[in-house]
Design a binder for this molecule. Structure first.
Ligand code: FAD
Length: 418
């Protein structure tokens, strides 16, 4: 019996419930990734990172005797077609929350029913499944603190072991795949836009994790210091699922020692924000386009020149320009700088948070609908902040989080030009 595991943004072999289950329950497993033209071209940085991550996944599968089938086209049509070619009975997929992913999931379910294929959805995108904890009388948590409390009390699933062996069907092991690209062959690595972007892939993720984890105990004290640059920088790997958030939370919790208290220390709390925005997005799929908060006032200015200067790191305000230049150079920005640059765009310039979402989405390696739009709406006061009208002063922020100006010097004075 044969199953297909359709990979999307879960590009790993460790703690991958769909892959582990398929390898345990079926004789043959076909790992598949479909390069979807509907998602192509949005962000050269992420496209490059994706291709690197696919190459790493293919290598990890090859080490286990398997391979990765890579197709181009509509993921639903390609999956059904491959199922016919290899005689698959089952399809496994990690559940996702964005509007696009859920439409894809629904279409795949309908096609599977038509072709009498068994589709099973698996957890793995978040630590606690979206919808697994709900407030009394509501379908999701609108405010973070009560969500964090409920999340801590939720039962976390067991981590899945990586499979020892991935057995492909004969037709695939014998060379080229029956149709389309040969098995495991990726197009040439596309160019990104940020010269200092980190490389994608599960091996790179695990090596960054090993390097960073020893500092997790100090995270609470140092994560907001812009120049200290002491956060994990694992977000791009979480974005593409090169690293399981559950595994990361478990390792961070164990490392911090005391299971009662430190399991939910400041770092794991940040991971909970990620889960939080995923459950918001599952309940409110319009998050990237519509104000989340009922009654939010939206009277944004239209000023393309100011927007462009902001996006290029040329506002003249050093702390804002530093953040935007880091974004362009690395495809990543420190969280505190994201708060400052986003606060400046929406609260000082009075420009629409959706314009900010679009600029971040072009550059960020970790850019995703839930976290990007969720955080932008929080900053703009249209989202989940229970104090939507809080003030914002970039100069005061610079004084607090870059007191000796080292971050600004790194990126503005003598740093990369905007
Ligand atoms: P760490 O401090 O090491 O935190 C560990 C992980 O926790 C992160 O990798 C991330 O997965 C999660 N996390 C931390 N803070 C947040 C948060 N506020 N919301 C959600 N998850 C969080 N994060 C994204 O992953 N993708 C985005 O597109 C994104 N857009 C943002 C836009 C704005 C305007 C703001 C203010 C924040 C945004 N964030 C986004 C959240 C946060 O800035 C990044 O997750 C973080 O800076 C990534 O760096 P790190 O991995 O070193 O984080």
């Amino acid at each position: 019996r044969t199953a297909i595991v359709l990979f999307t943004r879960d590009l790993r072999v460790h703690d991958h419930p769909a892959l582990a289950t398929a390898c345990a329950a079926f004789d043959r497993v076909v790992p598949l990734y479909v390069l979807d033209p509907a998602l192509a071209g949005r962000s050269p940085n992420r496209t490059r990172f994706l291709h690197q991550s696919l190459a790493a996944l293919r290598d990890a599968l090859r080490e286990r005797g398997g391979d990765l089938v890579i197709r181009h086209g509509d993921p639903v049509a390609e999956t059904i077609r491959l199922a016919g070619e290899v005689g698959a009975e089952g399809i496994g997929l990690s559940a996702d929350v964005s509007r696009y992913a859920r439409t894809r999931e629904r279409r795949l379910r309908a096609e599977c029913e038509r072709h009498r294929l068994h589709l099973r959805l698996f957890p793995g995108l978040t630590i606690v499944d979206p919808g697994a904890v709900r407030p009394a009388g509501g379908d999701h948590y609108r405010v973070f603190t009560p969500y964090f409390r409920a999340w801590q009390g939720a039962l976390w699933r067991e981590e899945s072991a990586p499979p020892d062996r991935v057995r492909l069907p004969e037709r695939l092991t014998s060379g080229a795949s029956p149709d389309g690209l040969p098995v495991g062959e990726l197009p040439a690595l596309p160019k990104g836009e940020s010269p200092h972007a980190v490389p994608g892939g599960e091996a790179a993720a695990r090596s960054r994790l090993a390097q960073w984890l020893p500092t997790v105990d100090r995270y609470g004290d140092i994560h907001d210091d812009l120049a200290g640059d002491a956060t994990s920088r694992l977000s791009p790997y979480l974005r593409f699922g090169c690293l399981s958030p559950l595994e990361l939370a478990n390792r961070a919790g164990e490392r911090a020692g005391d299971p009662g208290g430190a399991r939910f220390g400041p770092f794991v709390r940040q991971l909970c924000w990620r889960d939080f925005y995923h459950q918001v997005t599952a309940a409110f799929p319009e998050i990237a386009t519509k104000a989340y908060r009922r009654g939010a006032t939206e009277d944004w200015r239209h000023d393309p020149e100011a927007l462009d200067a902001w996006a290029r790191g040329r506002t003249g305000l050093p702390i804002v320009d530093a953040g935007m230049r880091q974004l362009r150079a690395e495809g990543w920005m420190h969280n505190r700088a994201r708060l400052i640059t986003a606060g400046y765009l929406t609260k000082v310039l009075g420009l629409d948070w959706r314009e900010g979402v679009a600029v971040f989405s072009r550059w960020l390696l970790d850019g995703d609908v839930a976290n990007n739009a969720g955080n932008w709406q929080w900053v703009a006061g249209t989202g989940n902040d229970s104090r939507p009208h809080r003030g914002f002063n970039p100069v005061r922020q610079a004084g607090r989080f870059d007191p000796d100006g080292a971050y600004v010097r790194r990126w503005v004075k003598g740093g990369a030009p905007g």
